[in-house]
Design a protein around this ligand. Sequence first.
Ligand SMILES: Nc1ncnc2c1ncn2[C@@H]1O[C@H](COP(=O)(O)OP(=O)(O)OP(=O)(O)O)[C@@H](O)[C@H]1O
Length: 299
Amino acid sequence: MNRNFLFIVNPISGTRTKGGLESFIKTVCEEKKYVHTIIHTEPQMDMDSLSDYILKSKFTDVIICGGDGTVNMVINGLRHLGINFGIIPVGSGNGLSRGAGIPMKPREAFQIIEKGNVQLTDAFFVNNHFSCMLSGIGLDAAVAQRFANGTKRGLYNYTKQTLIQFFKAHPYQFEIELEGFRFFSDAFFISVANSNQFGNNMTIAPLASLTDGLLDIVIVQKMPKAGMPLAILKQVRGNNKLFNLAEDVGKKNIIYLQTASLKIINHQLAPFHIDGDPVETESELNIKILPKAFKMLVP
Ligand SMILES: Nc1ncnc2c1ncn2[C@@H]1O[C@H](COP(=O)(O)OP(=O)(O)OP(=O)(O)O)[C@@H](O)[C@H]1O
């Protein structure tokens, strides 16, 4: 089948201007005689009009050129079309792309797109918010909020905000219900991961798979703050085993488990983010996997 590529470029993702990327896309597509069109995202994009345009123009592949916020917006708005999604990762964190093994260099990412290897990929809902990478409550959401409010993006600014928020961090009270089991936790943050990481290869859920029909839940419980970096490092390195709910919750600093759904009662209205973008927090979060939610072009 002849392919017809629609490239959707977010002009503000990451730190680089996108002129070079667009020249690359034009050159490589002209060289290889691929039919292609380039458009830009808008902050509040009309996805219904975009869907109509895609159907009318008979695009076969939508290529997202941006970070996780752009990936979320485009996939959520267009997944009902059953179209292939490729990613050229040019965001700040690129957590979904990195989790899927998509190269960070545009030329290499485009080679993956050309190969056309389609993977049916999971996503999930948190209440009515669509998420395909990683969402969370507490400290990491505070980082996402400050990062979004800042004028500068990129890894340096993300790291700076993480350190500032770490020193301010305090635990929040949560009540967690899953698989007929209910427990309380005072936690600095809870990550709900489909991809294995926050982005920038900061792995938080080493066993996460984009295709297993499960979410990886990481609960970083109250502990002396000085001990938190080492506890997280152990989690990142995969030293923490998957948690068995029959064990005593109180014995572990970090709880790591997999489930298809869970409910979190957010007693103190801890901040909340979806795929790295802050959203208004809610007192009850119903989280559910959406297996095989979209078609992604992967290595
Ligand atoms: N044309 C535009 N002008 C301004 N903002 C835009 C435009 N298009 C999209 N946005 C906003 O850009 C934001 C950031 O996009 P994105 O998440 O892709 O980049 P990033 O935050 O740098 O990367 P990552 O999420 O991987 O860390 C999104 O919140 C989106 O609403």
